[in-house]
Design a protein around this ligand. Structure first.
Ligand code: SF4
Length: 369
């Protein structure tokens, strides 16, 4: 929340606070008679806690097999369309010992999908100036932990920033089974001039180089991205450059958003000059492209057996839904809710644009993964 929005939001909410005051949340809501199972590590006075104590808020997990672990908070990148550096402040890395302890605890409890969270996960540790391990080292230690624990689980991270993406990260991911072979690499635009205006601090040469390394080192990895269409001043030619990347990179998934100015972001002061209709058209064009390449990718998996994590009941009655290690959706006929949260092997029998369907072959963890 931006400081200027404080008054405005108080008309809508009972409590507003800045991220740095998060440790005081249990006390703030207790004034409204609400008690919470969240508590700080003993001995910490919420009034004296700083943002780093945010990591000490004991998490409550909604799922018994999937968890999200914050490893970093804030952002130093200042993309012109984004207000995060102003609302969340600068990058602060969580101590790696805490992260490793939490991963280890979750795996021991049987968690199978763990996602490391941060605005720029791959600049992890940089704020600690040599007093903390780097992101590839953190991944390596998680990989080693996986070997020691001999349990099957998948570890994801989101989002990395292309500027800080190194071959070292990709190489470490290729070395350890528990590091899931899936990349979510936000591109935002396929045009260098737009990227400069977005203050993205990466260009297409850099992005291309990363994708090339991913394809060379981990050919089976899936690739997801974020794209904004209709950013201030985006010309037809610049949009076309983004469209061309859909064929070049063949993303497995792209989260495509129509640009809308965010209060507090630099671009909020600029003219939002691309008509809504054009933004919609561009979104549809990219979605169609995405669908085309997705369909081909999924078709190639027909007849193959894929390993999945069963996640819940599907919208289609009598079916369960699951995700592959690369986060591709696979549904299969079963009403056995005991399968939810378990690994399974599915034989792919049909594919559509953004999902596949198959038949259950086997269930259970691979011993000594
Ligand atoms: S888009 Fe991401 S990298 Fe850019 S300023 Fe926002 S949080 Fe930071």
């Amino acid at each position: 929340m931006l400081p200027d929005d404080h008054e405005k939001f108080l008309k809508l909410f009972d409590i507003t606070f800045q991220m740095k005051d998060l440790p005081q949340l249990p006390e703030l809501i207790s004034r409204y008679g609400i008690t919470t199972p969240i508590h700080l590590k003993s001995g910490i006075d919420p009034h004296n806690a700083n943002i780093e104590e945010f990591w000490n808020v004991k998490p409550v997990y909604n799922s018994g097999f999937e968890a999200f672990i914050p490893i970093q908070n804030g952002c130093d990148k200042f993309c012109s369309f984004c207000a995060v550096p102003y609302t969340r402040g600068r990058e602060v890395s969580r101590p790696s010992s805490d992260i490793l302890a939490e991963v280890s605890l979750l795996v021991a409890q049987g968690y199978k999908s763990i996602t490391l969270l941060g605005q720029n996960v791959n600049s992890y540790g940089i704020d600690k100036k040599g007093n903390e391990i780097s992101f590839p080292e953190l991944l390596k230690q998680i990989g080693e932990l996986g070997i020691r624990m001999k349990k099957e689980f998948w570890v994801y991270f989101t989002s990395p920033h292309p500027r800080d993406m190194t071959n070292e990260v990709i190489e470490v991911m290729s070395e350890y089974k528990v590091l899931a072979k899936q990349f979510h690499l936000p591109m935002q635009s396929g045009d260098d001039k737009v990227l400069i205006k977005m203050n993205r601090k990466h260009n297409m040469e850099k992005y291309r180089g990363i994708v090339r390394s991913i394809r060379r080192i981990i050919p089976e990895a899936t690739l997801f991205t974020d794209i904004i269409v209709g950013f201030t001043g985006e010309t037809e030619e610049q949009f076309e450059n983004t469209r061309l990347t859909m064929e070049e990179f063949r993303f497995n998934m792209a989260y495509i958003a129509m640009y809308s100015p965010r209060p507090g972001a630099t671009s909020h002061r600029w003219d939002d000059d691309i008509p809504q209709e054009i933004k919609k058209q561009r979104l549809h064009i990219l979605t169609d492209e995405l669908r085309k390449y997705n369909r081909t990718y999924n078709k190639n998996l027909l007849g193959k057996t894929v390993r999945v994590l069963v996640r819940g009941t599907d919208r289609k009655e009598g079916f369960l839904t699951s995700l592959t290690e690369g986060k591709l959706i696979v549904r299969f006929a079963s009403e056995d809710k005991n399968l939810i949260g378990q690994f399974a092997d599915i034989n792919v029998t049909s594919s559509s644009d953004f999902s596949m369907a198959g038949e259950l072959v086997d269930v259970g963890e691979i011993a000594g993964f």
